[in-house]
Design a protein around this ligand. Structure first.
Ligand SMILES: Nc1ncnc2c1ncn2[C@@H]1O[C@H](COP(=O)(O)OP(=O)(O)O)[C@@H](O)[C@H]1O
Ligand code: SF4
Ligand SMILES: [Mg+2]
Length: 348
């Protein structure tokens, strides 16, 4: 059991972090900067669960890649356990790379098709000295047991194509665990597997969080799983590379303040047709997410916001604190109180 006294220690601290991608415009023009992450301020503490929500293209994977060190931020600061990553010692860098592990969306692409599970899991463990040749087999069996792939001997010599999507996803979790991580970045880990298997994978992540105090950054476009995984955690709602609302999951989803989050919530499918009929539709005024190569001025959400006013087109809103949330909207205090169902305030 990990020390709960350390549960508030920061693992990752991002301060005003920026990530631009550059697109060439020919020899005579400067490359076009496309801003995929803007002013990201986020601290991930030991043992906590944070869910990152937003539609496809809003920057979730870019954020995970930056946190994992796969992309270098183009601005702001990034600290790992209080050390700026650009000036860490070799030992600190090693700790950083082991402590933060990613579980990708596409388990097939993430695993080498030519390698059996003992190779895929075992080689990194040997390389990083988490095992040696004498105990490797036992260690891999033990980790397979932790992710409920039992009996382990049925999986250890299989190739990725011989496993189901759910089993491959568990292998990715096992590979992450083998590095003894403090933070797991789970990037849409269940979006490509059968609906019937999703809950068990999400429960596995929750169990690892509770039993091993591993922090989890759960990334999804799906508010239903965000609510499920993040029950006791925080939520970060992203839109076009920015955080538009953040706070504790229960509070934010019970009382969403940003018009984008309100629209997302009003679009979550409800299986009961009579309830679904009573639901208020807070539609977006534009269907598609604008491109980051042609970023809207002012509030990035203004092209789709039903409450947009002139100021929204001109000035980016600053995040303000309201209740337990931080919200970036000029009109946060003027908006009508959120009702998901006609006549039933703050139902979530
Ligand atoms: N390597 C890259 N080069 C250029 N643009 C990229 C690159 N990776 C992502 N993007 C762009 O950055 C934006 C955010 O992408 P991404 O982080 O994948 O979003 P999400 O994971 O939320 O779907 C998108 O507009 C995407 O096209
Ligand atoms: S700042 Fe304006 S455009 Fe942006 S979310 Fe608020 S009301 Fe809508
Ligand atoms: Mg993504």
């Amino acid at each position: 059991m990990s020390d709960p006294g350390n549960s508030r220690d920061p693992i990752v601290t991002l301060h005003d972090l920026e990530m631009n991608f550059y697109k060439s415009r020919g020899l005579l023009k400067r490359p076009l900067a496309m801003n995929a992450l803007h002013h990201i301020n986020l601290t991930i503490h030991k043992g906590e669960i944070i869910v990152v929500v937003g539609e496809s293209g809003c920057g979730k994977t870019t954020l995970a890649n930056v946190i994992a060190g796969l992309l270098k931020p183009t601005g702001g600061t990034y600290e790992f356990k209080g050390h700026e990553i650009r000036s860490m010692s070799r030992e600190q860098k090693n700790d950083y790379h082991n402590s933060i592990q990613m579980i990708q969306q596409d388990s097939y692409a993430a695993l080498n098709p030519m390698r059996t599970m003992i190779k895929s899991l075992g080689d990194p463990m040997l390389l990083k000295k988490f095992a040696d040749k004498s105990n490797l087999y036992e260690k891999v069996r033990e980790i397979l047991g932790t992710v409920d792939l039992t009996p382990a001997d049925n999986f250890i010599n299989k190739y990725p194509h011989q496993l189901s999507g759910g089993q491959r996803q568990r292998i990715l979790i096992a590979r992450a665990l083998s590095m003894n991580p403090e933070l797991i970045l789970a990037d849409e880990p269940v979006s490509m597997i059968d609906v019937s298997l999703r809950v068990s994978i999400l429960n596995l992540l929750a169990r690892l969080n509770q039993e091993r105090n591993i922090a989890v950054l759960y990334i999804t476009h799906d508010l239903a799983t965000a609510r499920y995984v993040g029950k006791s955690g925080r939520i970060v709602v992203m839109y076009l590379g920015q955080v538009v609302e953040t706070g504790n999951v229960q509070g934010v989803l019970a009382n969403p303040r940003h018009p984008y989050l309100q629209a997302l919530l009003s679009a979550v499918p409800i299986p009961d047709p009579s309830l679904s009929r009573k639901r208020k539709k807070l539609t977006l005024t534009g269907a598609d997410l604008p491109s980051i190569s042609n970023m809207p001025s002012g509030c990035r959400f203004h092209t789709r916001c039903r409450y947009c006013k002139e100021i929204c087109k001109e000035e980016p809103p600053k995040p303000v604190s309201r209740g337990s949330s931080m919200v970036a909207c000029h009109r946060v205090d003027e908006l009508p109180e959120f009702e998901l169902f006609t006549g039933e305030k703050k139902h979530a």
